[in-house]
Write a protein that binds this ligand. Structure first.
Ligand SMILES: NC(=O)c1ccc[n+]([C@@H]2O[C@H](COP(=O)([O-])OP(=O)(O)OC[C@H]3O[C@@H](n4cnc5c(N)ncnc54)[C@H](OP(=O)(O)O)[C@@H]3O)[C@@H](O)[C@H]2O)c1
Length: 293
């Protein structure tokens, strides 16, 4: 039973991204009124029935128009800082009753935002606090590493059978965007999720090197990891025009920190909320095999 009526519009930000696109598709499939926000509506290619609107979270003055009539918002934070957080979240809270925030497993309740070593964790921690303070109803999703990050290896896998990278021994719990989206849709459309912070993971802890071989399994051919030093990987990423250069050190610092921390833990949240086990990386790689061919 949902408490989102047929007349309530759900605004999805980051609607062309990994998770937002799935949220949009799943809401549309459920027949709910969904408004997808993008900076480039002309290339968004959204499912039929979705209202596509031009919007940019950095253009705070333009947000009122995008938010008019929205009862719930899926908020994806696209920035590596929280400079605009107060204005953006204030605008959202003036319109929408309910906010579901895609945050990060890098946020820890026992730390203040400033105490988070990683820039991503720091900005998400600030955004979380503002959402908690401003929205009438809120739910925070704290996913672990996205399975979709392995798409960064797609050019190397398409070109051969070796993935070069640093920190191959870092253990992660890759989570499928479909599972994150299913949880988000429940939180957007059902009662009972207000005030919850959901840690979302996949079902298996896998090192980066192991993830590469799982992708090979989905493709039906062996693919292996080849370890680079941090400096070699830094240079490789900086020379990759498709990778945002401002994110290179943030990412490598994040991996270095993960090597020092305790092994990540698998959570049961996806299964509890969706009623099915979290999808494996093999499921994800099978869904995305064409991206690697
Ligand atoms: N990757 C991970 O392992 C991981 C783990 C935990 C948490 N997270 C968090 O998850 C989020 C990323 O989610 P994702 O992978 O689904 O996103 P994504 O695929 O990286 O997509 C980026 C989206 O951001 C939108 N965007 C960029 N700048 C924008 C702006 N100024 N205003 C409005 N929209 C803007 C883009 O939309 P248009 O170009 O269409 O406008 C696009 O839809 C980040 O907050 C990240 O910190 C990621």
């Amino acid at each position: 039973m949902t408490n989102t009526t047929q007349h309530d519009t759900i605004l999805v930000t980051g609607a062309t991204g990994n998770v937002g696109r799935q949220v949009t598709i799943q809401l549309a499939e459920a027949g709910l009124p969904v408004r997808a926000m993008t900076r480039r509506p002309e290339s968004a290619s959204m499912p039929e029935g979705v209202e596509v609107v031009r919007g940019d979270l950095a253009d705070v003055a333009g947000l009122d128009a995008v938010l008019t009539g929205a009862a719930a918002v899926f908020l994806m934070w696209p920035f590596h800082d929280a400079d605009l957080a107060s204005e953006i979240i204030g605008a959202i809270a003036r319109h929408a009753r309910r906010v579901v925030l895609l945050s990060s497993g890098a946020v820890h309740d026992h730390l203040t935002p400033e105490q988070h070593e990683n820039a991503v964790g720091r900005s998400h921690a600030v955004v979380e606090r503002l959402v908690e303070a401003s929205a009438s109803e809120w739910t925070i999703l704290r996913p672990s590493t996205f399975a979709a990050n392995t798409l960064w290896w797609a050019p190397q896998i398409r070109a051969g059978d070796v993935v070069r990278g640093a920190f191959g021994a870092v253990p992660m719990v890759p989570v499928h965007e479909k599972d994150m989206a299913e949880v988000a849709v429940r939180a957007l459309t059902e009662d009972g999720h207000h005030g919850e912070k959901y840690p979302l993971t996949g079902p298996q802890v896998l090192t980066q090197a192991e993830q590469v071989s799982v992708i090979g399994q989905a493709l039906g051919r062996p693919v292996r990891w080849l370890e680079l030093s941090r400096e070699q990987e830094r240079e490789r990423l900086l020379s990759d025009a498709s990778f945002p250069s401002s994110f290179v050190d943030v990412l490598l610092d994040g991996y270095a920190g993960m090597l020092d921390r305790p092994r990540p833990v698998v959570t049961a949240t996806v299964e509890k909320l969706t009623g099915h086990p979290a999808r494996t990386l093999l499921d994800w790689a099978t869904d995305h095999a064409s991206d690697f061919r």
